[in-house]
Design a binder for this molecule. Sequence first.
Ligand code: ATP
Length: 976
Amino acid sequence: MQIRLTVLGSRSGHQPSTAPVSCDVLVTAPVGTALAAVASGLAATVGGPDTGGTVVLYAGAERLDLQRRVLGEPPLVDGAVVALHGPVPDVLPEESLGAPQLHVVAGPDAGGVHLLHSGQIKVGRSADADVPLDDPDVSRLHCTVTVLRDGRVAVADLDSTNGTTLDGSPVGPQPVALPPGALLRVGESTLRLAAAAAAPLPVTPDLEGHLALGARGPAAAVPGPPAPRPGLPGAQWTGTPGSAPDPYAGDPHAAAAAPEPAAANAPEEVPAGRRKGLGAWARKWVRGEEAAEAPAGPPAAAAPAAPDPDDPAALLLAALGPTDRLWSRTPGHPGVLDVGLGAGSRVSLRAVGALGLAGPRVRLTGLARWVIAQLAALHAPAQLEIVLVSTDRARTLAERRRDWGWLGWLPHVRPAHGQDCRLLLAYDRDQAAARAGELTRRLADGPLGTHWAAADPERVRQAAEAYEGPYTLLVLDGDPGTGALRDLTGRLASHGPAAGIHVLALAETPPATPASPVAETYEAACASTPAFRDCGAVALLSGDVATTVRTFAVLGGRPAPSGETATADAVSAAWAERFARALAPLRTDGAGTAEPYRPAAATLPVTARLLDELGLARATPASLMARWAAATEQGQAVGGLVEMVLGSGRRGPVGTELVHDGPHLLVEGPAGSGRTELLRSVAASLSAGARPDRLGLLLLDGAGGERGEGLAPCTDLPHVAAHLVASDPLRMREFAQALGAELKRRAELLDGTPFAEWHARREVSDRMVAPRRPTEGESRGDLDPQRTGTLRLRSSLSAARTDPAGPTPLPRLVVLVDDFDALVAPGLGSTGRPAAGSVVRALEAVAREGARLGVHLVATSARPDRTADTVLARLSTLRVELDAPDQPGPGRGLLRCPDGRTVPFQAGRVTGRIPRTATQRPTVVPVEWERMGDPPARRPVRELGNGPTDLALLASALDRASHLVSAIPVLFPPAP
Ligand SMILES: Nc1ncnc2c1ncn2[C@@H]1O[C@H](COP(=O)(O)OP(=O)(O)OP(=O)(O)O)[C@@H](O)[C@H]1O
């Protein structure tokens, strides 16, 4: 388990003055580790007491019990802050929960959520104000907000330079009532008294540092005391304005339901009957229709525009809750990829493709933070990934890290699609080239194909319009640094939307003012960030203090007049960090999001762990039973499927299914290429894919133990009915006889009906007659131990006997044969040589007749020349070819499908010892954000010499699951 924490030191003299005051750390520890195991390690990162001293740690206001608090469990989840020696500052006491809140909903320093205590609260630009606002148009002490004894709230102006208005009416020095929901305007900032709190969604800790988001209720805000989520500063602030209308309320699929620009700033008057919404408006921008006709937008009006209900304060609370508003723009929502820039001014990224933001650094980063945070708050990570390229040498690494440190906490920057890095960040050119490469591969895999760069704009537009997600936001901060990267990022800006890639290009320029007109500012932006020229719309910060944003469509390489003017919304670095940290531990189960896109990785992994490829990293009986239940349902029509995962491909797990693609599989590969291990993986994945009463396994080591322990490690799988080592002629003959007898028994029972059809018919007749108990003979679908005598057999079918779903007297049977070549051409000295012929004949009968009898063969051969003449080799259109084990190592293979497709893969390993990370000593290391974009160190997995193997773990879980299946058959009700 790995979690990221921030440790806050203190300046109280406990540490040397050179020690950092805070440190982001990565904690690696086995699940269930007590905080005590890393407490001194955590303290050491901020110069705290070494192992000799006593460590005192707080999360929020709570002093943590080092023995009882467990890493990975709340409050010690990903993104949590722990403080040495004292409470984490800024956490509000719980008793303040019911207090009214003042939200800063718009303006250059938006997003603040301030609890109003009784008495007078001063709002102003001064750091001494109770509600400080970084807004140049706000006076140092601008107005007061007072909570009266009866709970009502009043506001009065403090003789400010620019005045205070309440819903457009001036406020004087005499206090006037500030009702909930009313808009208070000071300088360029808009504040609102919040009325009701939204109920937080339930979250379930996974005990590995994450919180799974629970079911969502109706979107309406429900008043009521929010449950505090421990460990996150400010978690107790939960609440959200309940009165603001949602611009997307109503029919979520209404085509033109995207929001209107605020009336005062609308670029064109749209009669009520034919509202087109911004999407249509912006598309028109891009195409250039009517652009010249658009009347000049008036400058930002004095009356406050109706603020967006997804304002910065609301979204911070949505993240801290978390509430229903979080990740609410699910696929199909009309507002997907819409962003607000300020005062009702919105841009649809889907409509404009790429968006450029330009202005002086401080205001630019504030606006950029807000744009990115909105997208992250409203779109779940499965629907939107965020990639950062910040490699502009004009700024130092420390500056860039400071600007973007917050972004690293967002779950949206995790590589969910096989990208070769720990986070989708690029702080140097190698990382930038890797990120650009990943995105161009994604474009090449998209509708434009490998020649995407040559596609004309109309084709790109059509593909972008048809694209339905998931999306990527590429944040490009400044010049990426090399000619190749400039070119690539420009092309990603212009062509990316065809594959859901939208660029947000940031350019540092002076503000657009009369002294630096729009055209000049635009050229300056293109010079500093070349991809700016490929943006479909640009937003230029303007005015003396750069708090106004002017948004233009780009037509013919120039911003088209007259654009739209609004007061820009921006959020502070502290706001962004708090917001991103709140999201860090959250996960969804993926429900309601589109199937995640998996672009092809550049190369296959050097090693693959079968359990990871199976999605069973934590194989539990419950997860296995759920898998079996799904498989039983899927395979019903054909008498069960024979699904296997072979390993990892460039796009995820690679596998095959023998009923449709088989019936048999032949694996060929030279000595040491990993054939045996692959066969073990096949046995393991077959077992994970079907109940033991639906699929049985027979194991055969053809080389008679001469080539290692062979398939012996698989015998603990509950599906295995017999394991033969081909060294004893007597046993070999018995096995051959038993296999022949099983084929005969099946042929008699099926009486000429193909296996799948027989099962289908039986299902129909079962539905007509009441389910019946099997006779003793029927319940055995496998080799009969009486007849095979000395074979190590086990009744794997006990589950069937108690299963009211009715037994399957004929489960599918898979015979796994390692070193088939050694049976076909046994060595002169081989002890099994006298009986090899009879075993080969039985196997050849399976190859010939197995398909209609439900018996499948998976065999390996080290000498294809010796097995080429067998029935199996002649009939096998499904094959695996393993490479010689030199580069990069064993297990590298190619799956050849009957339809001619070939799929390269790295075979999954299953007899590896469980990864060392699962049991190693806990460690604490500082997070190096600038290195998170590097490929993870390719150290071979360090294994415990004597720990259990993955196969043993899986077998034990399978065994428990198979007992549970027979014990609680009600979990598997009869097919309807
Ligand atoms: N997919 C894999 N990933 C990592 N290591 C593997 C993999 N497959 C096999 N190996 C390792 O390579 C070695 C050879 O593997 P294995 O015995 O499966 O190959 P083989 O082709 O059956 O060889 P032989 O010719 O000895 O029968 C073993 O040490 C095994 O642990």
